[in-house]
Design a protein around this ligand. Structure first.
Ligand code: PLP
Length: 381
C-alpha cells in the first residue's frame, strides 16, 4: 500500500556500520534503521542466537511457558533497576498501547485521561496515535480514542495545567523527542514532572523506544534527569532488528492487569526473545552507553563548527543537526541534503525540514565517524 514514499535504494547486505545496495555500492549507515540496529548489521552473536533458537523452538503461544521470554523480562527489569514486571509484544506502538491500557486499568474509570507533549511521537495505532501530540497526523483518522490531551514540550506550567488528577491517570513523555526533531527534555523539566506526578497520584510513563538501551549515552534517557519512572516502554534496538516491544511497570502498577486484560499471539515468543537476550548481552559486555557517549562527543564536536551547521543537538548517538538557511535554500531543504549524502554513500535522515538526524550503530568506530564527517563536510560545502 502507498504508505511510504517510493524507496530510492535497495539494500541487500550489511555488516557492522556498512550497507551494500543491489549494484554492489557501499554505504555507511548512520541511521541504523531508525535507531534499531544498535549493534550494527549481521552482528555474529545475535545472528547465532537467532539460528540456534530457530533450530530449537519458534512458537508455542502464551498458553504455555517458554525459556527465553521470562529470562528477557528479568533482564529488562534488572536494567531498569528491578522491582517491576514486563509485558512483551512486537513493536513500539504495541508497547505504548500496553502502557495506555495499563494506565486506564490502574487509574480506574473516569481517570482515563493521558497527557503527552506536543511534537511527540508514540506510534501509529489508534491509541498511540492519539497520544502522539501532532494534530496533523490525527486529522484523517478522527474520531480517535477519547481522553488524550497535550502540553507544550519542556513547559512544566502547561503540563501542570493539563494534569487534572480527577480526570488524568498518566503522563507519557519521551526523554528526547526523536521524530519531533531530536529535542531533549530539560533535566529540570523531567524532575518537575516526577514531582507533579507524585503530588497528584498520576503515573509517569516514559517512552524509551528510540532513546533507550544506550542510545543517549546512558542505558535509559530518563537517567539524564536522575528520575525513576513508573512505566517504561522499549522496542526498536531491543533485538537489534527482530521485531519486539516491551512495556515495563513497577510491580504494584502492573498488578492492575488481570488475566485476559491484554495479550498478543507473538508477544514474548522465543525467537524474538532469544535475539533480544543476545542483543542485551552484547550491549552489557561492550558497555554500549559509554561507547555511545564517547562516539557522540566525537561527532558533535566535529559538526558543531562545520560551515553549513547552525546547531547540533542531542545526547550520545541520537543527534540532530540544524542546517543554515543558505544550505537549505541551495539544496532543497534537509531532504535535499539527505539525498546528497546518500549519493555520497552516507545514510541519514531529514528529521525536520531544517535538520538531519544521525543515529549510527553504538559500536561505530572512530574511522567510520571521521569518514562520515568528511562526507557531510563535502556535501554541505
Ligand atoms: N515511540 C517512539 C519514541 C518512536 O520513536 C517510535 C517509532 O519511531 C514509536 C514509539 C513507534 O514504534 P513502532 O514503529 O515500532 O511502532
Amino acid at each position: 500500500m502507498p504508505t511510504y514514499a517510493p524507496p530510492t535504494v535497495t539494500f541487500v547486505r550489511g555488516r557492522g556500520s556498512e550497507l551494500w545496495d543491489d549494484a554492489g555500492r557501499r554505504y555507511l549507515d548512520f541511521l541504523s534503521g531508525l535507531a534499531v540496529t544498535s549493534l550494527g548489521h549481521a552482528h555474529p552473536v545475535v545472528a547465532d542466537a537467532i539460528c540456534a533458537q530457530a533450530n530449537t523452538l519458534l512458537h508455542v503461544s502464551n498458553l504455555f511457558a517458554t525459556v527465553p521470554g521470562p529470562q528477557l523480562a528479568l533482564t529488562i527489569d534488572r536494567l531498569l533497576g528491578g522491582g517491576g514486571q514486563v509485558f512483551l509484544c512486537n513493536s513500539g506502538a504495541e508497547a505504548n498501547e500496553c502502557a495506555i491500557k495499563l494506565a486506564r486499568r490502574w487509574a480506574g474509570r473516569g481517570r482515563h485521561g493521558l497527557v503527552s507533549a506536543y511534537g511527540s511521537f508514540h506510534g501509529r495505532t489508534l491509541g498511540a496515535l492519539a497520544a502522539t501530540g501532532q494534530p496533523t497526523k490525527h486529522e484523517a483518522f478522527q474520531p480517535l480514542p477519547e481522553g488524550f490531551r497535550y502540553a507544550a514540550w519542556n513547559d512544566l506550567d502547561d503540563l501542570a495545567r493539563q494534569m487534572d488528577p480527577t480526570l488524568v491517570g498518566a503522563v507519557l513523555l519521551e526523554p528526547v523527542q526523536g521524530e519531533g526533531g531530536v529535542l531533549p527534555a530539560d533535566p529540570g523539566y523531567l524532575q518537575g514532572v516526577r514531582r507533579l506526578c507524585d503530588e497528584r497520584g498520576i503515573l509517569l510513563m516514559i517512552d524509551e523506544i528510540q532513546t533507550g538501551l544506550g542510545r543517549t549515552g546512558r542505558w535509559w534517557g530518563f537517567e539524564h534527569a536522575g528520575i525513576q519512572p513508573d512505566v517504561v516502554t522499549s522496542a526498536k534496538a531491543l533485538a537489534n532488528g527482530v521485531p519486539i516491544g516491551a512495556c515495563w511497570a513497577r510491580a504494584d502498577v502492573a498488578a492492575a492487569f488481570a488475566p485476559g486484560d491484554h495479550g498478543s499471539t507473538f508477544g514474548g515468543q522465543p525467537l524474538a526473545c532469544a535475539a533480544a537476550l543476545a542483543t542485551l548481552g552484547v550491549m552489557e559486555s561492550e558497555d554500549v552507553p559509554a561507547r555511545a557517549a564517547a562516539a557522540g562527543a566525537r561527532i558533535t564536536s566535529a559538526l558543531a563548527t562545520m560551515p553549513g551547521v547552525t546547531a547540533v543537538r542531542g545526547p550520545g548517538l541520537l543527534i540532530g543537526v540544524e542546517l543554515t538557511p543558505d544550505v537549505l535554500a541551495a539544496q532543497g531543504g534537509a531532504k535535499g541534503v539527505q539525498m546528497g549524502l546518500l549519493d555520497q554513500g552516507l545514510v541519514v535522515n531529514a528529521v525536520t525540514p531544517t535538520a538531519l538526524r544521525l543515529a549510527p550503530p553504538l559500536l561505530v568506530s572512530d574511522d567510520e565517524i571521521d569518514e562520515a564527517v568528511t562526507i557531510i563536510g563535502k556535501v554541505l560545502q
